[in-house]
Design a protein around this ligand. Structure first.
Ligand code: NAP
Length: 474
């Protein structure tokens, strides 16, 4: 009760209603909870067989809900899979307390959302709710299809894809025609995986003001939790007055996402591991992305999806903020996706490029492909260069005590680290200590986000605004 009361106090500013999970509160005092909430309330007492925590008898469970109803709770949530006579009884008495009939699919199974909709609709409940577990964001399409059926019938409905991969279904509920969604309290201790704190749903995503015409953007990758894009692109949309939202999509099967879910999106950022694979599903790829062999930005123009790469320009613009690369020798450590983009763009802008990598064969292969030199990591002190680029993940959290190169080679050079988490890496502090000019990975991050944002909003984006946002989320 103490925890519930604290959650109510901190969430009241953002919540339009409260759901009391009586299966999760010991010795609940309904009157006290309702008085504190000052909002419409939903009484739920989820049994173990539907994913909840109530272990008592069905009789005891129904008593809890009846008591809540008598106390004047606005909604009672009863499971479609409860005994038919129990559901019928609640529905008969629904004049005083409205009824939400819910179905939770906890196992990954194949289902037809229209069929599930029909079963829930047939109960004639005031509100119907369908929630299912997912570990792949393409399955959000089922929530969209369920809500499309409800919209046609003007049926109040809730549909949620549970789990991190389903997160966007909680943001896009209005876009899909849903009546409500569930958010976590401000302490983040929600009652289901993937729930977003109510303050973020309202302030960052403005989820309750999205419309069917709102444009959807996002980032696809796996894992995606660490992605900071939502904290940049949503404020930019808000500032520019664009009716758009940016969500995170944890995608395992890129093919299924592109075939089933991408039609809801007007554009998206692409991150590890899909930067190459996504290219198969696009209508067009611009010359830079084609030459690099990786796409990190996709936009829809006249219905066609075009892939681009903003990492390349983002990195080189960051470096050239300190020193022009034309005529310099740039040593790039790393031979992965970021390295490919930086090698291509550095060369295009007139630098001589040398590539070194832990797996030397990959450095040689990349050098051959782009017509540059390669070098061994064991011989970096023998290489002449002006600018050093770290395009490996060395120094990134959690291994922040590591640098990819010895400090002795950094004296008086320009040093750029693509790693942006943390912004000040071991490499950069080593370089700083020996008089090198340093450039943080956040510069590249902001540059490529600004380019993406320009495409998404159709306007030039103020980089200082993005930098302020980035510094706030570090
Ligand atoms: P990637 O394709 O997975 O490549 C990883 C690179 O790091 C490979 O060259 C790999 O060498 C090397 N590496 C990994 N662990 C290593 C270790 N312990 N010792 C030495 N080398 C190691 O990743 P990516 O997409 O290129 O990303 C690389 C870094 O750039 C990441 O930190 C990423 O966050 C950052 N990045 C930043 C931005 C930005 O906007 N600032 C944009 C994109 C990427 P092997 O070939 O030997 O495995």
């Amino acid at each position: 009760m103490e925890e519930a009361m604290a959650q109510i106090r901190t969430s009241r500013r953002y919540a339009d209603a409260f759901e009391f999970r009586f299966d999760m509160i010991r010795d609940p005092n309904i009157t006290q909870l309702m008085a504190a909430s000052r909002r419409p309330c939903i009484a739920t007492c989820r049994p173990v067989w539907e994913g909840g925590m109530f272990k008592g008898s069905e009789e005891q469970r129904i008593k809890v809900l009846e008591a809540a109803s008598l106390t004047g709770v606005h909604f009672v949530d009863i499971e479609l899979n409860a005994a038919p006579e129990t559901v019928a009884e609640f529905l008969r008495r629904k004049r005083d307390t409205k009824v939400i009939v819910s179905l939770h699919l906890l196992e990954a199974t194949i289902f037809d959302p229209a069929k599930i909709y029909r079963a829930l609709r047939a109960t004639r409940a005031d509100v119907i709710k369908f929630a299912y577990n997912t570990d792949d964001a393409w399955e959000i399409v089922f929530a969209a299809e369920f809500l499309a059926c409800a919209k046609r019938d003007r049926q109040k409905a809730i549909a949620i894809a549970m789990g991190q991969a389903g997160e966007a279904s909680r943001v896009l509920y209005r876009k899909f025609g849903g009546w409500a969604t569930y958010a976590a309290p401000e302490d983040g201790r929600g009652s289901a995986a993937g729930q977003i704190p109510a303050s973020l749903l309202k302030k960052l995503y403005r989820a309750d003001s999205l419309k069917s015409s709102t444009r959807v953007y996002g980032v696809i990758g796996n894992p995606i939790r660490q992605s900071k894009g939502v904290h940049l692109h949503n404020p930019v949309f808000q500032r520019s007055g664009k009716d758009a939202v940016y969500c995170r999509f944890q995608v395992s099967s890129i093919g299924a996402f592109m075939n089933r879910m991408s039609r809801y999106l007007s554009g998206f950022s692409v991150t590890i591991p899909h930067k190459q694979e996504v290219m198969k599903y696009l209508d067009a790829i611009d010359a830079t992305a084609k030459a690099i062999g990786a796409v990190n930005t996709v936009v829809r123009r006249n219905g066609k999806l075009t892939g681009m790469n903003m990492d390349a320009a983002g990195a080189l613009d960051a470096i050239e903020g300190v020193r022009k690369v034309k005529g310099t020798r740039v040593l790039i450590v790393g031979a992965g996706g970021a390295a490919r983009a930086i090698v291509f763009e550095a060369k295009r802008r007139g630098a001589e490029v040398i590539i070194a990598n832990r797996t030397e064969a990959k450095a040689r292969e990349l050098a051959m492909q782009f017509g540059t030199e390669s070098a061994s990591m064991s011989n970096l002190s023998g290489i002449q260069f002006d600018i050093l680029v770290n395009a490996t993940s060395v120094g990134m959290v959690p291994d922040i005590g590591k640098s990819p190169v010895p400090t002795s080679i950094l004296k008086n050079k320009v040093v750029f680290d693509a790693v942006y988490n943390p912004p000040m890496t071991k490499l950069l502090s080593d370089a700083n200590a020996v008089g090198a000019k340093i450039i943080q990975g956040t510069e590249m991050y902001v540059n490529q986000a600004a380019l993406q944002s320009g495409l998404y909003t159709g306007r030039k984006v103020d980089k200082r605004f993005l930098k302020r946002l980035v510094s706030r989320i570090q």
